[in-house]
Design a protein. Sequence first.
Length: 103
Amino acid sequence: MTLWGWILIACLVSMATKLAGYLVPTKLLDNPRMLRVAGSVTIGLLAALTAVNTVAAGTQVVADARLAALAAAAIALWFRAPFLGVVAAGAAAAALARLLGAA
């Protein structure tokens, strides 16, 4: 099967999964336990994505300017900076780290 065939199958599976979500009874979704699980899964997936994008380069673990950017963004979040401030702090930290020789 060609690459486009696999892409088409993935699209169909994705759409079928989304449509199946509409068949879940509202009573099940309004359960407080389900809301906690959904919130926890979302946070876990976002944390995993952030970790992988911060320290991975292909198949290797690296420490570079992205770690400084993540640390600066975390500090800005700690001080409850607005979203644009968090992004600016991360970008400035990455730029400074690269200027000082981080890869």
